[in-house]
Design a protein around this ligand. Structure first.
Ligand SMILES: [Zn+2]
Ligand SMILES: [Zn+2]
Length: 373
């Protein structure tokens, strides 16, 4: 069933259908199209998912209103097939018994929650990547029982209900005849084993809060707001289920000298008016340390120089790097003593007017040329 098919058409109801009409239409369709009723029709599951999605959107006044106004775009992601079917489960339970869609008693062991921790790096650390040991507080496996939930030296024993496989076959009598399906074993909750003597430290849960040191590699080129996932280092799940993941959320500090703009960096170099005039050797801060630049006579205020490949590395390919843009600021003295004034006056006489024009023209000339362009 196409995801773009109109939800009202899917359920076969009018756009002004009442909640009851919608519910009734859904029940009828669910009976006909449920995959357990159509074991030989592989398309039934897909059809049923479309029906369930349409119902989920239209049964909720909020998502129905959004769908009426904006169509599928208004509810995109609201029902992805990965939804909690609790409400549907209640309704379908009337036809198909409990435990539909993983809801209810027979749910299997649940995996652990993801955890998050923050980390702050300097720009220079972000440029090369770092390996950090992070202290995290987490729900971990119980130390006493190792996560099994059984008081040492006992161990969990195999579940007799399911023979240790964690699943049972359930046969339901429905108006449509007998339906058989696999469910997580209700005795062991899908784990295949039972704890007869619960661990005294965790009361059989198998988990307890702990402080843990996790070593995390942060790749070169990381930026603020990005995160690094460490698989399996999140909170412990139910006994027998996998732990969650740890997300390391990265903050990169501003650097006193280098300003980041994506892959590129900007740095300001301050020159005195005489340095700008006479030329100078300056040391430009870079990620690696400093770069020495030899300036000729006549550096203009705001002039730029680009150092190719001296910017930040790409996170996906550290060999590719942005550029470092050097911007020159020229500072003019606020006061002059009599001797300096005399020299400046002589200098002024000594420099002909043509010396102030360059081949490219001044800023205003360039602007004028552009507007006339
Ligand atoms: Zn324990
Ligand atoms: Zn069992």
């Amino acid at each position: 069933m196409s995801a773009q098919q109109d939800f009202y058409d899917v359920l076969g109801v009018a756009r002004n259908a009442s909640d009851d009409d919608i519910k009734k239409a859904f029940r009828n369709l669910a009976r006909q199209h449920h995959p357990d009723v159509n074991p030989d029709d592989p398309a039934a599951a897909e059809r049923f998912r479309g029906i369930a999605e349409a119902y989920e959107i239209l049964a909720n006044p909020d998502t129905r209103a959004r769908y009426d106004r904006y169509g599928h775009a208004g509810v995109s992601g609201a029902a992805t097939g990965n939804v909690d079917f609790g409400d549907l489960g209640d309704i379908l339970g009337m036809f198909f018994g409990d435990g539909m869609f993983g809801g209810g008693r027979a749910r299997g062991p649940r995996g652990g929650q993801d955890a998050a921790v923050g980390i702050t790096l300097t720009l220079r650390e972000a440029a090369v990547g770092v390996q950090r040991d992070l202290d995290v507080e987490i729900i971990g496996d119980c130390e006493r029982c190792g996560g099994s939930g059984a008081e040492p030296p006992t161990r969990p024993v195999g579940c007799e209900t399911c023979g240790g496989i964690g699943e049972v076959r359930q046969v339901s009598n429905t108006p449509l005849g007998q339906i058989m399906r696999q469910l997580p074993c209700p005795t062991c909750r899908g784990r295949g084993a039972i704890v007869e003597t619960p661990c005294t430290a965790c009361k059989g849960r198998g988990s307890q809060p702990e402080r843990r040191t996790v070593s995390v590699g942060i790749p070169a080129g990381i930026d603020s707001g990005q995160q690094v996932r460490v698989t399996g280092q999140g909170h412990a799940g139910d006994p027998g289920a996998p732990p969650g993941d740890l997300y390391v959320q990265v903050q990169v500090e501003d650097d006193p000298a280098l300003i980041r703009d994506g892959l590129d960096l900007h740095v300001r170099v301050d020159l005195t008016v005489t340095q700008a005039l006479l030329g100078a050797t300056v040391h430009v801060p870079t990620l690696e340390g400093t770069e020495t630049l030899v300036l000729q006579t006549g550096t203009q205020p705001g002039e730029r120089k680009t150092l190719r490949g001296k910017g930040m590395p790409m996170i996906s390919n550290a060999k590719r790097r942005g550029d470092l843009h050097v911007i020159f600021a020229v500072h003019v003295p606020h006061t002059l003593d009599p001797q300096a004034r005399r020299l400046a006056e002589e200098l002024d006489k000594a420099i002909p007017a043509e010396a102030y024009t360059s081949e490219g023209g001044g800023l205003f000339d360039r602007l004028r040329g552009r507007t006339r362009g």
